[in-house]
Design a protein around this ligand. Structure first.
Ligand SMILES: Nc1ncnc2c1ncn2[C@@H]1O[C@H](COP(=O)(O)OP(=O)(O)OP(=O)(O)O)[C@@H](O)[C@H]1O
Length: 268
């Protein structure tokens, strides 16, 4: 079966003042419909550059894509001209980030922003938009959603802002959600709640998730498979339980050793 997303031999360079940074060096990975693939690796290993390539969101210049293909349902996105990519962004593929203010507009009430997305992407009519906004916020676990809809992003706590961003990302019912360090800035309890929310929404809507994280503890909680990145390359891909039980690459063993919670769990 064709995977939902298939990246092959992707190369991403940043050309800076005569110097070239090879951020991604021949990465290949696949994400099946409905599965969660975690892309892990330490800071600077090329995780975000890989993920942003899918929607071609790395800033150009300085970014160039010298080689590779990124197929969504078998059609190469990397070869598409810019206007043909727009329908994919925020429709088939949505993205959430560590900082919700990357997607939320600080000057507009949360409900209005989600309402605009609902009208644009789902064709919800003027009269139905209010209840649809409340439903979207409620689905993302926002308490008192009707009240929250009337607030500005800065009036919400970090966890609620994250939930509002998730509600907005899912308005279009994407088939692939790219989540780039979605819980890194949150404290551990809120982090767990957000991961649980993503898993619940994934079950309900059947979307695939490409989860970018440096935290193997997060991976253990939610991912089906893991791809480990180091210096622009994928050094190992495995099912989650296999990777934790028997990491084949030394770099992965070192990453695991830096996650005490998992080691404690394994020795129990
Ligand atoms: N816009 C950019 N301009 C120049 N270099 C960049 C740009 N974005 C990324 N890079 C470089 O590409 C390499 C990979 O960065 P990337 O952000 O993909 O790593 P990462 O694994 O996501 O790290 P982090 O967890 O810190 O986000 C780094 O050397 C980085 O400096």
């Amino acid at each position: 079966m064709t995977p939902l997303l298939r990246i092959r031999d992707l190369t991403v360079d940043f050309e800076l003042d005569g110097e070239t940074v090879h951020a991604v060096r021949g990465v290949s990975l696949e994400v099946a419909a409905g599965e969660t693939l975690a892309l892990v690796g330490e800071s600077g290993s090329g995780k975000t550059a890989t993920a942003l390539s899918i929607l071609r969101l790395n800033p150009q210049p300085p970014c160039v894509y010298p080689a590779g293909t990124i197929e969504l349902d078998g059609a190469d996105l990397l070869a598409r001209p810019e206007p043909a990519l727009r329908p994919v962004r925020g429709n088939d593929v949505a993205m959430i980030f560590q900082d919700p203010m990357t997607s939320l507009n600080p000057l507009k009430k949360v409900g209005r922003q989600i309402g605009e997305a609902l009208r644009l992407h789902r064709g919800v009519g003027r009269r139905d938009v209010g209840p649809a906004v409340v439903e979207a916020l409620a689905e993302a676990g926002v308490p008192r959603p009707d009240e929250r809809a009337g607030q500005y992003p800065h009036e919400l706590s970090g966890g609620l802002r994250q939930r509002a961003m998730i509600a907005m990302a899912l308005v279009t019912r994407p088939r692939l959600l790219i989540a780039d360090e979605p819980t890194t800035a949150l404290d551990v309890t809120v982090q767990a709640q957000i991961l649980e929310l993503l898993a619940r929404l994934q079950d309900r809507h059947g979307m695939a998730i490409l989860l970018i994280t440096h935290d193997l503890g997060v991976v253990a909680d939610v991912a089906d498979r893991v791809a480990v990145m180091r210096a622009g390359e994928i050094v190992e891909t495995a099912r989650c339980e296999e990777l934790f039980a028997a990491p084949s690459h030394e770099y992965t063993r070192n990453l695991l050793a830096a996650t005490p919670r998992l080691i404690e769990g394994a020795s129990r």
